[in-house]
Design a protein around this ligand. Sequence first.
Ligand SMILES: [Zn+2]
Length: 75
Amino acid sequence: MTATINRFEARLAPCGKTRHGELRMTEDQQGLITEEVRYSCGCHTAKEEFHDGSCHRRTVDHHGKVLVDQELHGE
Ligand SMILES: [Zn+2]
């Protein structure tokens, strides 16, 4: 499994505030790519991309409220 972590200074968080945070990308042997963004306020987004092209997105704000939770299916 490989992981890449990138910090960013200011980005619009799901709660509407501009916050710094970090972006973490991991890829496992099965070809599953996970992209996670964590903001300093506690907001969090995650995107999982499967090798068949389908993907799952999830956005949770810093209150723990799920804003987006959707699955997209590839061809
Ligand atoms: Zn927030």
